[in-house]
Design a protein around this ligand. Structure first.
Ligand SMILES: Nc1ncnc2c1ncn2[C@@H]1O[C@H](COP(=O)(O)OP(=O)(O)OP(=O)(O)O)[C@@H](O)[C@H]1O
Ligand SMILES: [Mg+2]
Length: 166
């Protein structure tokens, strides 16, 4: 796994990713908006972190900043919600409630593999094998009343996004 990533990312920094301290929800939303600003093509983002870490907060802010005008629901029960983010399709998944990745088959997730799609997945480890691979992985953790964030590139497309992020 590490070796595979190392060939994808010759830069020694890309495996460790970039980190931020997010003291409050506004900081989480601001980071998501910054990522939205550098999105030129599609992206698959896996959102990791314990219950309440801010995965949905981040996804909502990212979708909103990417041009989704409607209210962004939590996909906790529906598993997947679809949106139009400007001209590109956007998908928000929360796989917390599934027991087996096989449960995703009937959802017809082929659309997630479209290169232009913006795909955000909470609890992606529960959908292993049934999801398109991540370009970026966000790791959120509790820290001093706020949150700590680490964004890691997995593909060349993810690495380009991370580099453009200001
Ligand atoms: N940087 C932050 N500092 C403090 N609180 C935050 C921060 N970011 C988000 N929150 C708060 O964390 C709470 C939980 O957020 P959210 O529902 O997004 O978590 P989640 O990771 O999606 O949880 P779940 O695993 O249940 O889906 C919200 O009340 C939100 O306001
Ligand atoms: Mg959530």
């Amino acid at each position: 796994m590490t070796e595979h990533r190392a060939t994808d990312h010759p830069s020694p920094d890309s495996d460790a990713g970039r980190t931020w301290n997010l003291p409050d929800e506004a900081a989480t939303a601001a980071l998501a908006a910054r990522l939205a600003r550098v999105l030129e093509e599609g992206m698959v983002l896996y959102l990791h972190g314990p219950l309440g870490a801010g995965k949905t907060s981040f996804a909502r802010a990212l979708l909103g900043a990417s041009g989704v005008g409607e209210r962004i629901k939590s996909p906790t029960y529906s598993l997947v919600e679809g949106y139009a983010a400007g001209a590109r399709p956007a998908w928000h998944l929360d796989l917390y409630r599934i027991a087996d990745p096989g449960e995703l088959e009937w959802l017809g997730l082929d659309a997630l593999s479209e290169p232009a799609a913006l795909v955000l997945v909470e609890w992606p480890e529960r959908g292993r094998g049934a999801l398109p691979p991540a370009d970026l992985q966000l790791h959120l953790a509790y820290a001093d009343g706020g949150r700590h964030a680490r964004l890691q590139a997995v593909t060349p497309r993810g690495a380009r996004l991370l580099q453009r992020l200001r």
